[in-house]
Design a protein around this ligand. Sequence first.
Ligand code: PMP
Length: 403
Amino acid sequence: ASFLGGVEPSPPDPILGVSVAFRACDDPNKLNLGVGAYRTEELQPYVLEVVREAERRMIAAGHDKEYLPMQGLAEFCGATAELLLGKGHPAIAEKRVATIQSLSGTGSLRVGAAFIAKFLPGKAVYLPSPTWGNHKNILADSGVEWREYAYYDASTVGLDLAGFLKSIDDAQEGSIFMLHGCAHNPTGVDPTLAEWRQIADAMQKKNHVAFFDVAYQGFASGSLVEDAAAPRLFAEMGMEFFCAQSYSKNLGLYAERIGALNAVLNDATAATNTLSQMNRIARAMYSNPPVHGARIAATVINDPELFQARSRWNDEMGTMAGRIKTVRRELFEELTRLNPDKDWSFVTRQIGMFSFTGLSPAQVERMTGTHKIFMTKDGRISLAGLSSAKVKYLANAIDDSFR
Ligand code: PMP
């Protein structure tokens, strides 16, 4: 008998569990569209050339392995805030941005949630319905209450803007709204810039605070600037907000766990104090962040040749985003060929890695059971895991499962 004998097994993670099931399957046609990691046309993982180059330079520089400060690598913190808001942004110049390097998007969200629990006790965080499942875990484990706001309209496989605005209006004044900065996960449905303006106006009227989750900057459209339009709009409107950033997708640094939490505020003293408290939270949680990914990201962002407008990083992001757009179009065309009576345009309207197919859990069962296509139960597929060569196979399976 163990003193932990009463511990029940945790249910498998709905997203990471898909990869476990995929690995256990020995069908040669199997396809993993569960987890959101980029694959080449050959369905292999991809390390960006700019990352390899940054690592070569880092090895040549012969850095030591001393602890970073709690806040992380200074060059990285400066670079990541600039990437979010734009170089020379007034909020940065006026020292109104508190930025802490953290453990990728998840860790940054977790520090933000801990901050809310500690300094904004009793405040609920509103999450889009649906949202990335881990948002709920992160808030619940931090002791922060979460609720849902209307976001997705199943009848159009698009944005429920009216419902979204109504949720904003109905929420208690000064609530926190988690907003996916771009490439909404799992739906791939984003507001247009005009719709973002309406959302920002409605939130400003109610003194709500945004908590942006920016996990796909540059990866959605291929442009770092375009994909940061929403948080930049809020900053331009003088609205204060939190923003978690991740370099898992846009730099392909999944396992390096590199990201940041920013608080963009209207007051420099508030920013200084907020940063000191974020540091205090990190101190007790993991003390200080890992250095390798921070050096890579800082090297790429701060190097004009690796970064600038026609930079190699942009080219590589353009290639990744472009490949996903290509398989989107091919999938749309193939589905339309198989069933011209159904409107498949949502496939090409959605943005980012994911497509919400509208497949029911029973239909997903058929996708996996019969066709060996592994995906999450909510009907989401990761197009980053699809190759042109596999489009026909996937389209046939989707068409069959819908019938
Ligand atoms: N937020 C969203 C919406 C995501 O899709 C992801 C990645 N799946 C993350 C945050 C965080 O990922 P990571 O911790 O690897 O940066």
